[in-house]
Design a binder for this molecule. Structure first.
Ligand SMILES: [Fe+2]
Length: 406
């Protein structure tokens, strides 16, 4: 069993939450023009809309362009965002923003489009190459970026409010910029923007949001404020994700998932993620597994692994996850039910529970362990993860993950 170190007390943590403009509600996207003019304090505005082909095909990009044009704002579009963007894509948009005279960058899409838009706003004002700024937890951004607006179309990454921008670096690792300069000046949280999100993407993004909230809760740096976000957000996901996946036109389910995503983004702006995301980002880029699916695979193991150190916290999630808990049950039994309910949610929304189900050969386990260990220090897991991570314990975890033994 892993060594337990330290003692968690959320009331001994010092946290910081920076809040800018969050505009939320059904149809709130129509306010984008007036919000931008108010933000800049002028009427003549030139914007760059950063999105992807899927959002163009769904007609969502055109809807947003139309409301921007209706406000007499000039809008150009960059729709070449790659899923799980690489530095190549970031360098391309860097050329675009440095060559244009934009006042505002608008990110419209899932985490990829929003993170490319965030990077564009930074690279427009900061010199050099993107690699100088993608330095994991180390914030290298010095100059105030262009103002930015984020509109999520997937409900999951929380990028619409978070400090993070994630991309695959030149070494094939998921790297990120973690900076207050990454936070959107205006975040639009509108369920109408996610109504056309396909079922599997909805499922993966929902699990990503659940991972943000659960990792902020089962975390040595958890605070009373992140606990508030986490417990409510987890309940929203447990009660609405299945409906959002299987009845995508259910506006209430979409709305609740949009709020849960934002709560997850706010949580990760205060408390960094731990072993769950470290695992997902250790496997995702190599085996071409999307961030959301990788988190669905990793999250039950984040809880299982940390159970010896935080059984009480994992048990506290049970009523929010819809898991059975009653006074005659032990904390350990209730915590087991929380883990089981998480696994059941993954299965119910049609996502895999085992690495062997995503065609990863068993012989890859040592390589996966090695990659995750390389992320140990950049993620500062010694501080944020309740249980110490060692290659031996991690090998046990990844082997269980390969088998689907939660
Ligand atoms: Fe994530």
């Amino acid at each position: 069993m892993s060594e337990v170190f330290g003692k968690h007390d959320p009331y001994l943590q010092v946290g910081r939450l920076s809040l800018k403009g969050i505009v939320f509600g059904v149809g709130s996207y129509a306010r984008i023009g007036s919000e931008i003019k108010q933000l800049l304090g002028k009427d003549q505005v030139r914007t760059l809309l950063v999105t992807d082909e899927g959002i163009e095909k769904a007609g969502t990009a055109e809807k947003v362009r139309q409301v921007i044009k209706d406000s007499k704002i000039v809008v150009e579009t960059f729709s070449e965002t790659e899923p799980e963007p690489t530095f190549r894509c970031l360098r391309k948009i860097t050329e675009v923003v440095r060559g244009g005279k934009f006042d505002v960058i608008i990110g419209l899409g899932g985490g990829s489009s929003m993170d490319v838009a965030k990077t564009a706003s930074i690279m427009a004002t900061n010199p050099g190459d993107v690699a100088e700024y993608y330095q994991f937890m180390e914030d290298k951004v010095k100059i105030k970026p262009l103002p930015k607006v984020m509109i999520s179309t997937t409900s999951g990454t929380g990028s619409e409010v978070s400090f993070g921008a994630v991309a695959t670096d030149d070494n094939g690792f998921k790297n990120f910029i973690n900076s207050p300069f990454n936070q959107a000046d205006i975040s639009i949280v509108d369920p109408l923007m996610s109504m056309t999100c396909p079922p599997r993407l909805t499922a993966g993004c929902g699990m990503d949001a659940l991972a943000h909230l659960a990792e902020a809760y089962v975390n040595f740096a958890a605070t009373p404020l992140t606990d508030t976000f986490a417990l409510h957000g987890i309940r929203l996901i447990a009660e609405n994700l299945r409906e959002a996946v299987y009845s995508g036109n259910n506006l209430t389910a979409r709305y609740n998932m949009a709020i849960a995503s934002t709560l997850g983004g706010l949580s990760t702006s205060i408390v960094p993620l731990n072993i769950g995301h470290c695992i997902s980002e250790g496997i995702g880029p190599v085996y071409k597994i999307s961030h959301g699916v990788a988190n669905a695979l990793a999250l039950p193991h984040q809880m299982r692994y940390n159970l010896p150190a935080m059984a009480g916290r994992i048990a506290a999630l049970a009523p929010h996850l819809g898991a059975r808990c009653s006074p005659d049950m032990s904390t350990r039994e209730i915590a087991e039910n929380s883990i089981e309910a998480t696994k059941q949610l993954v299965l119910d929304v049609g996502l895999p529970i085992a690495l062997k189900d995503v065609n990863i050969p068993r012989e890859e386990i040592p390589r996966i362990v090695d990659r995750i260990m390389k992320l140990h220090d950049p993620y500062n897991l010694a501080y944020y993860n309740p249980l110490k991570i060692t290659p031996k314990n991690l090998t046990e975890l990844v082997t269980n993950m390969w088998e689907g033994n939660v």
